[in-house]
Write a protein that binds this ligand. Structure first.
Ligand SMILES: *Cc1c(COP(=O)(O)O)cnc(C)c1O
Length: 444
């Protein structure tokens, strides 16, 4: 069978009917990338209620890394559902929680003794990392990076950089958040200059002002920006110099997404606290803060938790994810995904001026559209190309502070042939959109 398989217009009639009901039931504040309703999934595809089958380059935003209907995940969840669905770990305990914590403590980089606390969403993990860092240091301030994304709760919105649509009309945000420059290789200054500027900002506030420095090893929503080499190590040095807790937000980049278990391993940088979520529960809500035992243990008994934090079904899903990630060949296949994506997209960078960058690691790859001379972002092209992919049966996502980046987040287990079929459609869409004679800035 050839994929994608389209049997109606997109969206089809059943999706359109459900969409009309949704519009009456759900406020418009919740956006949608591709307005089709999903009926079922495979390792590589999503099938909608009209029978259209889409190639999945989104993984539910880097969540269903092992596929959205992985049999091992489903079995473990079903078996747990037979036993019980919830007790609240702070009321009575269950083994799955401890097993997830042990696995993360063993694998998160760093030889030091570690502890893990489980939560529900990524934003909750970020908030708790800040709470833990404040408790440990007795300091208030939080350093964050330009173009960062850390979530949609009020503290994490304060930490997130992008104004629209995330922050518009939702302020005021918590105080004591200070933003420092990013070492964006395409648009930023040289890494040494950026690090010197950050040192200056920290000194200006006094190093003891800051509890935590929070950074994504590869930025997610911010545009899949892989920081210039040496940036993360430089932040590690600055954090050490001032006694600041270095929090590495691997919520999007962690758990095999980049071809290593953790993206920070590519830079050999060890976090004090490392955050995971998204792929952790394969779609069941689960997040984790893993870090130095002395920091994690600083919080008073009873200070951490949440009704659903570390839900037993989600823990079983995570244990299945861990088994799959440790199967031979799984992380190697992620390196193959990167090679395949680069082989398809990198030639365009030389051929088509507005293809400003092809970047990323493993199964976290992106293509940025910008004016070749001024680097002025071309969100219009990213949107148009993404829409063409959707119409042709490939689910792509955009990202970037200026919305001018298409990001590829296929399941790590995507079938290589289906990956290539999706890339062919993406490359065709890029060629068509950039050759459009009605586009005044178009490139031939
Ligand atoms: C998605 C994301 C978050 C927020 O996670 P939620 O589960 O949506 O709260 C935080 N940090 C990064 C890097 C993310 O990609």
């Amino acid at each position: 069978m050839t994929l994608p398989r389209l049997v109606t217009e997109i969206p089809g009639p059943v999706s359109r009917r459900l969409q009309a009901e949704r519009a009456q039931a759900v406020p418009p504040g919740f956006g949608v990338t591709l307005p089709v309703f999903v009926a079922r999934a495979t390792d590589s595809t999503l099938e909608d209620v009209d029978g259209n089958e889409f190639i999945d380059f989104a993984s539910g935003i880097a969540v269903t890394s092992v596929g959205a209907a992985n049999p091992r995940v489903r079995e473990r969840i079903a078996a747990q559902a037979e036993r019980f669905t919830h007790t609240c770990f702070m009321v009575t305990e269950y083994e799955g929680y401890v097993r997830v914590a042990q696995w993360l403590n063993d694998r998160v980089p760093g030889d030091h003794e570690k502890r893990t606390g489980l939560f529900t969403t990524g934003a909750e993990a970020v908030e708790n990392a800040v709470k833990i860092a404040r408790s440990y240091t007795g300091r208030p301030g939080v350093l964050v990076v330009d173009e960062a994304y850390h979530g949609r709760s009020l503290l994490t919105l304060g930490m997130t950089a992008k104004e629209h649509p995330y922050k518009t009309s939702f302020g005021p945000f918590p105080a004591d958040i200070v933003r420092v420059p990013n070492a964006n290789p395409l648009r930023g200054r040289p890494v040494a200059e950026v690090l010197a500027e950050i040192e200056r900002i920290v000194d200006e506030h006094g190093g003891e002002a800051f509890a935590a420095l929070v950074v994504e090893p590869i930025q997610g929503e911010g545009g899949f920006v892989v920081p210039a080499p040496g940036f993360l190590a430089g932040l590690r040095t600055i954090a050490d110099r001032h006694g600041i807790v270095l929090v590495i937000d691997e919520i999007q980049s962690g758990l095999g997404r980049t071809g290593r278990l953790f993206a920070s391993e590519h830079e050999d940088v060890t976090a004090d606290l490392l955050l995971t979520a998204k792929a952790l529960g394969a779609g069941l809500p689960l997040s984790a803060v893993t870090g130095r035992a002395d920091i994690m243990d600083a919080v008073h008994p009873g200070g951490l938790g949440g009704t659903y934090a570390g839900n037993p079904l989600a823990c079983e899903a995570a244990l299945a994810v861990f088994e799959i990630l440790e199967e031979p060949g799984v992380l190697e296949a992620v390196a193959d995904i990167e090679r395949t994506v680069r082989a398809a997209l990198e030639p365009l960078r030389h051929e088509i001026g507005v293809v400003a960058d092809v970047r990323g690691r493993g199964a976290m790859m992106a293509v940025e559209f910008a004016d070749p001379d001024t680097l002025a972002p071309r969100a219009d092209l990213a949107q148009r190309i993404s829409a063409a992919c959707h119409a042709a049966g490939v689910l792509t996502l955009t990202c970037g502070t200026h919305g001018n980046v298409i990001r590829l987040l296929p399941p790590l287990v995507i079938d290589p042939q289906i990956l290539r079929a999706g890339l062919d459609i993406l490359v065709g869409a890029i060629r068509t959109a950039t050759a459009d004679p009605t586009d005044p800035e178009g490139e031939a």
